[in-house]
Design a protein around this ligand. Structure first.
Ligand SMILES: Cc1cc2nc3c(=O)[nH]c(=O)nc-3n(C[C@H](O)[C@H](O)[C@H](O)COP(=O)(O)OP(=O)(O)OC[C@H]3O[C@@H](n4cnc5c(N)ncnc54)[C@H](O)[C@@H]3O)c2cc1C
Length: 457
């Protein structure tokens, strides 16, 4: 099995947690704040908590190793994208609140870069924006509508002509593109590992190989026995939330898979583009995403893997030969100049989707329980905003970000099985069918409207 490209050269080099150095001999019995999950959410939260109150006793418990989850596997887009559209937010919370959310996400992209820089984390952060190609008349219609809509919200999305688009990414069948400047490229594992080092330096205990069996007000129960008590218990377990007692229907774990090429030569890069390290996608319905990596490869991913019955998460689900083959074929179709370039890595992992596709962050001062998650595929930046927000909530500070509309949002639970399995996989098949219909007819698929309604956009 191939492990994520990003794990090469990292502490945990291989996917097996047994290789983790420094596994703790024991877990403390008491802390001020315990955070469950050693991904971006957990570590940003620890970082900002200790920045606000350096004397706090903060313990992060991670079942495997830091960056084992989506934070160590993702496409490395640090973006202001959000799974809930601003119109939906405005209907629920008013236009001002929706606008504040848009601006907070845009600011967060910059904040991640600054925070990494000031912590001395060399994670290849580069804000070159995002190119989303239109590769059919149907894509073009959707893309132009998106630009018009974006203007009403200050989302910053611009239209690029065919020539401008191809100058950024010399792809096949280009009918123009949208460009959004609020997006950066990052090496995700370097960022998450760097954050772990930073929070340890600030005095947090970030303990690896410690699985939490249950989260309760004032305590967590550790697998194999043992209880850690804390005034505040924060859940940062994203897809794995679905494996915890009492929380099984809070998010659905949905897989996203990736492949990576060998490093391209300078000549190949001059034929491909991405000279400003733009991240890229196109306007199809089944999400795809790519980046030019720090070491000169193309890393490219997409959804398309099935949701597994009962919200199961298994290591073998990270690998799906059919999806990997599709991803490789899609990238070659996008960039035929790649010729016989070799693909060297293939991996995947689960992300978390709430029933209404609405990410949320919150903290109940009465019980001390807090959480953040449900970012769908847009968590790399949002986890930083979540960390700052949780730190403010836990330390009792009322700030602009604690007023944002995702704070305290409660999504309804997913349906019990088999309805959940049928619903999530039907949504995926609908998106695939809409793409096929558009490829055949060249016109925007009617199914697209159904999809938009289903996903809350
Ligand atoms: C393949 C892929 C590509 C993606 N691409 C992008 C992208 O380009 N841009 C973007 O914005 N988003 C992307 N995402 C989503 C993004 O990576 C996530 O939203 C984000 O990393 C979530 O961070 P997190 O810390 O909340 O969760 P995670 O990183 O999943 O961390 C949760 C951690 O909790 C630990 N844990 C779980 N249960 C327990 C327990 N019981 N006890 C102890 N520890 C536990 C896990 O081991 C894990 O390390 C992608 C996701 C995937 C899977």
């Amino acid at each position: 099995m191939s492990s994520p490209l990003w794990w090469e050269g990292s502490d945990a080099g291989a996917s097996e947690p047994s290789t983790v150095p420094g596994r703790p001999a024991s877990v403390p019995r008491q802390a001020d704040v315990v955070i469950v999950g050693g991904g971006f959410t957990g570590l940003w939260t620890a970082h900002y908590l200790l920045q606000a109150e350096p004397s706090l006793d903060v313990v992060v418990l991670e079942a495997e190793h830091v960056g084992f989850g989506a934070s160590g596997r993702n496409g490395g887009w640090v973006s202001a994208l959000w799974p809930v559209g601003p119109d939906t937010l405005a209907r629920r919370h008013g236009r001002a609140a929706a606008g504040a959310m848009v601006r907070a996400l845009q600011d967060t992209v910059v904040t991640v870069g600054r925070a990494a820089e000031s912590a001395g984390i060399d994670c290849g952060f580069h804000r070159g924006g995002m190119v989303a190609l239109a590769r059919s008349a149907a894509h073009e219609a959707r893309a132009r509508a998106e630009v018009a809509h974006a203007q009403t919200w200050g989302l910053g999305t611009q239209w690029l002509s065919d020539a401008e688009a191809r100058e950024r990414l010399a792809a096949s069948a280009v009918h123009g593109a949208t460009f959004n400047p609020h997006c950066a490229r990052v090496h995700p594992r370097r960022l998450v590992d760097g954050l772990a080092t930073t929070v340890r330096g600030q005095g947090a205990q970030a303990l690896e190989g410690v699985r939490v069996d249950a989260i309760e007000p004032g305590l967590v129960r550790v697998a194999g026995g043992g209880v850690l008590r804390a005034r505040h218990v924060l859940r940062a377990t994203e897809a794995w939330t679905s494996q915890l007692p009492g929380l099984r229907r809070v998010v659905a774990p949905v897989y996203s898979l990736m492949v990576a090429t060998e490093p391209l030569t300078d000549q190949q890069w001059s034929e491909v583009g991405l000279s400003d390290r733009e991240v890229f996608t196109d306007h199809r319905h089944v999400v795809i995403y790519g980046q030019r990596t720090v070491d000169g490869r193309l890393a490219f991913g997409g959804r398309g893997a099935p949701y597994h019955f009962g919200s199961r998460i298994r290591r073998e689900f990270d690998q799906d030969a059919a999806v990997f083959a599709d991803l490789r074929a899609t990238l070659r179709d996008l960039l035929p100049q790649l010729g016989d370039v070799r693909f060297t890595h293939a991996w995947g992992g689960p992300l978390g989707i709430a029933r209404d596709w609405h990410p949320s962050v919150g903290h109940d001062p009465a019980t001390g329980l807090g959480w953040a998650g449900g970012y769908v595929g847009d968590g790399v930046a949002a986890t930083n905003l979540a960390g700052r927000t949780l730190a403010d909530l836990v330390t009792g500070r009322h700030t602009a970000i604690t007023q944002l509309p995702w704070v305290g949002h409660r999504s309804r639970r997913w349906e019990p099985e088999p309805a959940r399995w049928l619903g999530v996989n039907a949504g995926l098949r609908l998106a695939q069918a809409a793409d096929r219909e558009e490829a055949r007819t060249g016109r925007p698929a009617q199914l697209g409207r159904v999809l938009a309604a289903l996903t809350g956009h």
